[in-house]
Design a protein around this ligand. Structure first.
Ligand SMILES: Cc1ncc(COP(=O)(O)O)c(C=O)c1O
Length: 490
């Protein structure tokens, strides 16, 4: 008898699984006699005790019958119990699954992990002091937090801290009862889709946009419509005449271009939402990192009609894997969001919320922010200086005094040349990201998104030198290509 053991867990359990599979797929037919335990043990090089234990388990589960004095036999199972080999690949049946799979295929970027200079733009800057502070906070929370009852809306202490922080740093006046703690901005997008959208409802996304928002909305069945952005952020005069259900924006630091939504545009957007009775989701994903003297307050702070759903995240400031973010909800939507959160996952983890509430209340969070902000400002300056020195007039730098990345546009490169540069740089250990995948429609120019949060100032200096050298090489290739085609024409 051919029985293949899968190598996982104790031998008797492996043998039980293998025999069950053989019975279910018909290799061992009802009524047939099983080999004596001693024989099978010898054949499979197992101990007899192991085989006896497997037979006992199979007997207890009804797969075999033991007849006193004459051995064990495969039991007669219910008709249809035998598994037929699959005739075709079965895909998940829901529209949601099909759309989610489709959108996953629109790959956003190559990952450059393992390269010497990875200009990633998503993960927070490492502050070793944060790690030790955080392990203390977690230990403390584990000792003092009740093991149950974080509540779907989030720990009251954390909601209070979020309100205090928002009032101090983002100009947002919020009450704890209107705050919902969620597991990342990504969950905020999903909940917003569930609460606000029916199949086919339209949603405005900035063009270019954050792919995570696009994914969640498309999978939900939304009709996504891109509205252009320029140096002042979303071009509000181009919002659709027919009201969308939702508008998703990144006013403080447009993702990915870095534009700040100007005050006239902010007011125009709020007037539009009020008049059209639609909702705005303000994704303030890196609102903590502003390097100018007077940063603009959040859009929500101007919202008198209670139309803005404000979302802030701890992913960029603490740890991406913490999966904690917060929403400030319009009163009219609050209860529906809380129910949706409850149905989705009951609540966010209590210990982490308690640790964070204490860390914020103790002043540790803002001390950490000051350290990181100072470091990021220095890195930002180094990056801009390096770009000016090594890329010079060949790129246009979109410099905004905020965030964790900078965008540059090539003055001369077409798509093939930009891709050739990315490939060449990657082969030399410099990982950068193209702008094009962040667009619904291909952009008129080629650009790069350069994250500076993961490299020290020294590394940035070297990375920009390498960047300039790679551009020199691509330019030389272009020149020789032109010379060759001019020669061929002559
Ligand atoms: C525009 C934007 N919003 C939000 C997030 C953060 O999402 P989350 O809070 O789910 O980690 C990111 C992360 O890269 C982002 O780029």
């Amino acid at each position: 008898m051919f029985l293949e053991l899968d190598g996982h867990g104790p031998h008797y359990a492996q043998l039980t699984r293998a025999m069950k599979a053989a019975i279910l797929d018909g290799r061992m037919v009802a009524g047939s006699r099983l080999p004596p335990t001693r024989v099978l043990a010898h054949e499979l090089e197992l101990s007899r005790t192991t085989v006896l234990a497997a037979y006992e388990q199979l007997r207890a589960e009804g797969f075999i019958d033991a007849r006193v004095g004459s051995g064990s036999y495969v039991a007669t199972l219910q008709p249809g119990a035998a598994l037929q080999p699959p005739t075709k690949v079965i895909s998940a049946p829901s529209l949601y699954a099909a759309r989610a799979r489709q959108v996953q295929d629109r790959k956003i970027a190559t990952q450059h992990r393992g390269l010497r200079y990875h200009m990633q733009y998503g993960e927070p800057t490492i502050n070793p002091m944060l790690n030790s502070a955080w392990s203390r906070e977690l230990a403390r929370a584990a000792a003092y937090t009740p093991a149950s009852g974080a509540g779907s809306q989030g720990l009251p202490a954390l909601r209070q801290q979020v309100c205090d922080y928002l009032a101090r740093r983002r100009g947002v006046q919020a009450l704890p009862e209107n705050v919902l703690i969620v597991s990342g901005t990504q969950q905020a997008f999903s909940l917003a889709a569930r609460v606000l959208l029916n199949e086919g409802d339209s949603v405005v996304l900035e063009e270019p946009h954050y792919f995570g928002a696009y994914q969640a909305l498309i999978a939900h069945g939304a009709h996504v419509c891109g509205v252009r952005t320029d140096a002042d952020g979303l071009v509000c005069s181009e919002l659709p005449v027919t009201a969308p259900s939702l508008i998703c924006v990144t006013p403080s630091h447009q993702f990915p271009t870095g534009a700040v939504l100007s005050l006239p545009r902010r007011l125009e957007l709020l007037r539009y939402a009020d008049a059209q009775r639609c909702w705005i989701l303000e994704d303030d994903y890196d609102g903590e990192f502003r390097y100018d003297a007077h940063p603009l307050a959040a859009l929500r702070s101007l919202d008198q009609a209670d139309r803005v759903i404000y979302v802030g995240t701890f992913s960029k400031v603490l740890f991406g894997t913490l999966r904690l973010a917060y929403m400030v909800l319009p009163v009219a939507l609050r209860d529906d969001f809380i129910i949706a959160k409850y149905l989705n996952d009951f609540s966010c983890p209590g210990f982490e919320q308690a640790a964070l509430a204490h860390y914020m209340g103790d002043g540790g969070f803002e001390r950490h922010l000051r350290v990181v902000r100072r470091e990021l400002r220095a890195r930002h300056e180094e990056l801009i200086r390096g770009l000016r020195e090594h890329a010079g007039e060949r790129v246009e730098i979109v410099d905004s005094p905020a965030g964790m990345h900078v965008v540059v546009w090539f003055r001369d490169y077409d798509e093939a040349q930009a891709n050739a540069l990315l490939e060449l740089a990657s082969s030399r250990g410099l990982g950068m990201y193209a702008m094009a995948p962040h667009y619904l429609n291909p952009p008129a120019r080629q650009g790069l998104l350069l994250g500076y949060c993961g490299l020290s100032t020294g590394e940035l200096r070297d990375a920009m030198k390498l960047f300039g050298a790679c551009m020199d090489e691509i330019d030389a290739r272009m020149l020789s290509g032109r010379a060759l085609s001019a020669g061929a024409r002559a």
